[in-house]
Design a protein around this ligand. Structure first.
Ligand code: C2E
Ligand code: CA
Ligand code: CA
Length: 755
């Protein structure tokens, strides 16, 4: 900058040689002429001098005008570009600048600053070394020009990113650089944009959604990695090609035309569409296309964001299905049943007909489920669903509400007899076995409760409740049957609730007592044990048999405290008997599965036997077989722990469940109690006799003792003894007795009596 500002002196003496030539010429002429000529010469000289001076002046002013003009033009150009011009005088170590005012907000347009100040105060400390290295490299001739990007301090104190470029413009006689000049430009904005672009492209790269930039002719301009992942096309394979590449045959051409039309008009489109992968496979895409405008707000591109929602959609559909259909059987669920029932009611009212609701519950399904396992249980439920669908017409609704509860809605009913007939057809259809798989088939019976619209209720919930109540009644009257709802049934249902309430208070009121039924050992003819049997005399309801209240106690979990009471009470009795000399007696106590799972039986028993000073090996626990199968893993642990303290385990009601002896072998048990159902038929049913004999033989081969319960006759007694049964229990020997009478019975017992 300095060079341009200083006036240049080259070529100023040009007119002088012409003046010298004219002096030689005048000497040859006369003297008088000499004076004239001298005068003229002087004049001419003066004139010429004047002219020369003027020319010089003109030239000078022209030159300086040009210079000013040039400088102004430079300033203007710099102003236009926003750049700063700088000129570093290396010898004087000073920096001259034009345009620094705008770039850095300094006050004056022309600025000069000692290079040290510039370096220490105006360049960002982190950038100084880099700037100096670049300058040095250029000064030493290692780079053709100097260029750096660095921060300089703005007048406001902020840092401004500049890109500075320069070149050596003057050297001394030795060729050493004396001046470098160049420009600096504010690149903060560029850097910001570049940074944003970097971030944006990083985001695009890492996005899970496919992103494609498309030009206005719908050709791909760029795509991100997710695009390649989702569509199977690499970036190279799509750039420049039409986006129609992804069009699916599932949509008509008009569909795509419509989208392009919308994009043209509104600049955006969002929706779902089928798309075609490179491998030809179709996927459902959620697509959002928006226009991109340039700086002048003119649309230049479209950006499409694409998500593969094939799975999401499938999931949604499944959810919708789940909301209305039972996942296991594919039958309608409760929600859909209510809806269909509501519609059926509307139609019945209009046509003046009836609607029948059949509430169907499988008999003893819990036992089967517990003993065969849940996957077999599931297969049974599916087979039941299929059987129901095959039995009723396709027009009737068949639903599964929960577990083994099914509901049928029969429409267009005119008389009750038709419904009862249909119920019987359903029950009959279950007499043939259900195919589970190649190896198993199972026979299972249903109990059905029936309610009618408008006879028993006007709204679905009411009708369902009535059918449910009727179903309970069907169970109570022996299962495998149907019952039509009657108002009297409500009383029964209420009774159940009342009983549960009474049962809750029974322990506190001391309404329980125990009876003891002796067992006879057939191998030695001695009474070796008794079974404790619970009795409840309710102050409100009178004497309630255990077959009625035990299930309610189990449902309400009251069996846990009640069972604990039974245990303590029976052990107290045992202790007393032992004190009177009967030390060989074993006390058998019935326990429910809930006790086995909830109450810590091994610990409880250890505590109680220690406290009452009775040996734990004089205690036997009776557990039903279905119960053991139910939670095999957990019960097995508890049983093993009980075994360790010496307590023996008997499987109660053996033969009524579905377990096999082979399975039982794996359990830590000691005794099998053959159910009285089989014993009762011993003399009448050859099949039962065969079963009993087989059970005895097999049990013995597994090292188990066999006890037959419900032995009422001498005949049964003889049969069992002949076939090697180890012990018997039943009215033939003795009914359940209170502690006092039982003790008397045992004392008076004569071992010879068995023979
Ligand atoms: P269970 O364990 O099978 O008990 C045998 C049942 O058969 C008893 O009925 C008994 O009185 C009856 N019985 C005894 N000998 C004969 C006979 O020769 N012929 C006939 N037909 N029946 C006979 P009970 O006392 O009514 O008990 C019924 C069920 O209640 C018991 O069946 C048992 O499962 C349950 N139970 C009784 N007491 C308790 C208890 O303290 N806790 C638990 N969890 N359940 C109990
Ligand atoms: Ca028992
Ligand atoms: Ca039994």
């Amino acid at each position: 900058m300095r060079g341009l500002a200083r006036p240049c002196s080259l070529g100023l003496a040009l007119p002088l040689p012409a003046l010298a030539n004219s002096v030689d010429f005048t000497i040859a002429v006369g003297v008088e002429w000499l004076l004239v000529v001298l005068a003229a010469l002087v004049f001419g000289l003066v004139f010429l001098r004047w002219r020369a001076r003027r020319a010089l002046r003109d030239q000078r002013s022209e030159h300086s005008n040009a210079l000013i003009e040039r400088e102004e033009r430079l300033s203007l150009a710099l102003w236009g570009s926003g750049d700063e011009f700088w000129d570093w005088d290396i010898a004087r170590n000073e920096l001259f600048r034009i345009g620094a005012d705008r770039l850095l907000g300094h006050g004056s347009n022309h600025d000069s600053v000692p290079i040290d100040i510039w370096r220490t105060q105006q360049v960002h400390p982190d950038d100084v070394a880099r700037v100096e290295a670049a300058v040095t490299a250029h000064l030493e001739g290692r780079s053709e020009f100097y260029e750096t990007e660095h921060r300089v301090r703005h007048h406001s104190g902020k840092w401004v990113w500049v890109r500075s470029r320069g070149k050596v413009v003057a050297r001394d006689d030795d060729g050493k650089p004396t001046r470098i000049a160049g420009t600096a430009r504010d690149i903060s904005q560029d850097r910001r944009v570049a940074r944003e672009r970097r971030i944006a492209s990083e985001v695009l790269r890492s996005m899970g959604e496919a992103v494609a930039v498309i030009d206005l002719d719908f050709n791909f301009v760029s795509v991100n990695p997710a695009f390649s992942r989702i569509t199977g096309y690499l970036e190279d394979e799509v750039i420049g090609r039409s986006s129609a590449l992804l069009d699916s045959v599932q949509h008509q051409p008009a569909f795509y035309q419509n989208i392009r039309q919308r994009l043209g008009d509104d600049g955006r489109w969002a929706g779902e569409m089928w798309q075609r992968r490179k491998d030809g496979e179709e996927f459902l895409g959620q697509l959002e296309i928006s226009e991109v405008a340039d700086g002048e707000h003119v649309r230049s591109h479209f950006v499409a964001v694409l998500t593969d929602i094939t799975d999401t959609k499938r999931f949604e559909q499944e959810l919708r299905y789940l909301a209305n259909y039972d996942n296991l059987t594919g039958l309608a669920n409760r929600a859909l049943l209510s809806e269909r029932l509501a519609h059926a009611i509307v139609r019945a009212r209009r046509q003046d007909t009836r609607v029948a609701i059949l509430f169907l519950d499988l008999d003893r399904f819990k036992d089967i489920n517990d003993s065969l396992g849940h996957s077999a249980g599931d297969r049974i439920l599916k087979a039941v669903a299929a059987r129901l669908l095959a039995t009723v017409g396709g027009n009737d609704t068949v639903a599964r509400l929960s577990g083994d509860e099914f509901t049928l809605v029969l429409e267009d009913i005119h008389d009750i007899a038709a419904v009862e007939k249909q119920a019987q057809i359903i029950i009959d259809s279950f007499t043939s076995s259900l195919d589970l798989d190649d190896q198993h088939d199972v026979v299972i019976s249903p109990s059905i409760g029936i309610s009618l619209y408008p006879d028993h209720g006007l709204v679905p919930t009411e009708l369902l409740k009535c059918a449910d109540t009727a179903m309970y009644q069907a169970k109570a009257s022996g299962r495998n049957t149907f019952q039509l709802y009657t108002a009297a049934m409500d009383t029964l249902a209420r009774d159940r609730a009342r009983m549960a309430g009474a049962l809750r208070k029974a322990l506190d009121r001391g309404e329980f007592r125990l009876l003891y039924q002796p067992k006879l050992d057939l191998t030695n003819g001695n009474i070796t044990g008794v079974e404790a049997l619970l009795r409840w005399h309710s102050a409100e309801l009178g004497e309630i048999p255990p077959t009625v209240f035990i299930p309610i106690a189990e449902e309400t979990a009251l069996i846990v405290p009640i069972g604990e009471w039974v245990m303590r009470e029976s052990l107290v009795t045992l202790k007393r008997w032992r004190h009177s000399g009967l030390t060989a007696i074993t006390m058998a106590i019935n326990v429910s599965v809930l006790q086995l799972l909830r109450a810590n039986l091994p610990e409880l028993l250890t505590q109680m036997t220690a406290e009452l000073d009775v040996p734990a090996n004089r205690v036997e626990l009776e557990i039903t077989e279905s119960m053991v199968m139910a939670k095999a893993e957990q019960t097995n642990q508890a049983l093993n722990a009980l075994r360790r303290i010496g307590t023996t385990i008997a499987i109660d009601d053996f033969g009524t469940g579905y377990s096999s002896l082979v399975y039982l072998k794996r359990l830590p048990i000691d005794t099998l109690k053959i159910d009285k159902e089989f014993v009762g038929d011993l003399s009448r049913d050859p099949d039962d006799a065969a079963i009993t004999t087989t059970v005895i033989t097999m049990a013995h081969s597994l090292g188990l003792k066999v006890v037959a319960e419900g032995v009422e006759t001498q005949e049964q007694m003889d049969y069992l003894r002949e076939h090697g049964c180890d012990a018997i229990q039943g009215y033939w020997l003795s009914p359940p007795l209170d502690a006092h009478h039982c003790l008397a019975f045992m004392r008076s017992w004569q071992p010879v009596g068995t023979a």
